[in-house]
Design a protein around this ligand. Structure first.
Ligand SMILES: C[S@@+](CC[C@H](N)C(=O)[O-])C[C@H]1O[C@@H](n2cnc3c(N)ncnc32)[C@H](O)[C@@H]1O
Length: 256
C-alpha cells in the first residue's frame, strides 16, 4: 500500500496492513519533541542515569531522540576529557530500553541508536584529536543489543516464547569525580521489574562467552546452551569492558 508522508521524508505509516495488524503508526518528530519537552521529561532526558523504557519502540524515534539529548548533556558536562566522555556516554546509553514486536522495526531501532552513539562519539574523538576505541564501540553494541528486545510487551515473551529479559547496568563506584565507571550487570525479566523483585532471575544462567560482537543479540534467543546451565553471574567490570560479557560461576550459593 501507499505510504503516508508527514513532512518531507518523514514516513509515519509503512502499509495499511501493518497499521491494521500491529497498530504501526510512527510518531512524527515534532510530536516526539513536544512530548519530550514536557516538564520533568525534559529534565529526565538530561539526566545521565534516568531510565526510559519504550514498550512499543518501533524504529526508536523516542529512544533515539532521548539518546541525542543525553549525549549532548554528556558532551557538555564530561566532554573535557575523552575518557570521561566514553564512560558517561556508555552509562547514558545503558539507561535506554525498548521492546518491539516486529523484527524489521527492532533491527532499525538498534541501528538507529548505534548510529547516534557512533556519530556523537566520532565528533568527540575528533575534537580531542584522538581515535575512537573499539572497546567503547563494542561495549555500545552490547548494551544496545541487550537493551532492545524483540518481543511482545503484553505477553512479556520474546518471539521464541522465552521471557523477555533486560540487563540492569548498575554503576557501583559513581561519585562526583568518577572518571572510570565500573558496573554490575544483572538480568531481570519484565515480571521481576514490574514486581520490584531484586533477586537475580533464571536468565542469568547464560554461560556462552560472546566472541563476536553483534548488534543483533536480540535475534539470537538461544544463548543458553544445554551443556551450560550453570549458575552464573556477570563479573563487575569497567563500563568500557562490558563487551567481554565476562561471567563467573556462583559457587556454593543457594539461588532458589
Ligand atoms: C504506534 S507504533 C509506535 C512506534 C514508536 N513508538 C513511535 O512512536 O514511532 C507501535 C509499534 O509497536 C509495535 N507493537 C505493537 N504491539 C506490540 C506489542 N504487544 N509489544 C511490543 N511492540 C508492539 C508495532 O510493531 C509498532 O512498531
Amino acid at each position: 500500500m501507499t505510504c503516508s508522508v508527514e513532512s518531507n521524508k518523514e514516513k509515519i505509516i509503512k502499509s495499511k496492513m501493518r497499521v491494521q495488524n500491529h497498530g504501526e503508526v510512527f510518531t512524527p518528530m515534532r510530536i516526539v519533541n513536544r512530548m519530550l519537552n514536557l516538564p520533568k521529561i525534559r529534565e529526565a532526558c538530561q539526566n545521565v542515569t534516568s531510565t526510559f523504557l519504550e514498550p512499543t519502540a518501533g524504529e526508536g524515534v523516542f529512544l533515539v531522540e532521548i539518546l541525542n539529548r543525553k549525549l549532548k548533556m554528556v558532551a557538555n558536562h564530561y566532554g573535557d576529557d575523552l575518557t570521561r566522555y566514553e564512560n558517561y556516554s556508555l552509562l547514558a546509553l545503558s539507561t535506554l530500553y525498548g521492546v518491539e514486536l516486529l523484527e524489521d522495526n527492532a533491527q532499525k531501532c538498534v541501528m538507529n541508536m548505534f548510529k547516534v552513539y557512533y556519530d556523537a562519539y566520532r565528533q568527540q574523538a575528533t575534537e580531542h584529536c584522538a581515535k575512537m576505541k573499539n572497546k567503547v564501540l563494542d561495549s555500545a553494541k552490547v548494551i544496545i543489543a541487550n537493551n532492545i528486545a524483540l518481543g511482545n510487551f503484553l505477553t512479556k515473551l520474546t518471539t521464541n516464547g522465552n521471557p523477555i529479559t533486560f540487563s540492569e547496568w548498575q554503576p557501583i563506584n559513581l561519585r562526583k569525580d568518577t572518571k572510570i565507571i565500573k558496573i554490575q550487570r544483572t538480568e531481570y525479566t519484565i515480571d521481576d521489574i514490574l514486581d520490584g523483585t531484586v533477586k537475580q532471575s533464571n536468565a542469568s544462567t547464560h554461560l556462552d562467552k560472546v566472541v563476536q560482537i553483534t548488534l543483533f543479540n536480540l535475534f539470537d534467543d538461544d544463548k543458553v546452551s544445554e551443556t551450560a546451565k550453570k549458575r552464573m553471574r556477570y563479573v563487575p567490570v569497567r563500563i568500557t569492558d562490558v563487551y567481554k560479557e565476562e561471567m563467573e560461576e556462583i559457587d556454593g550459593q543457594n539461588n532458589n
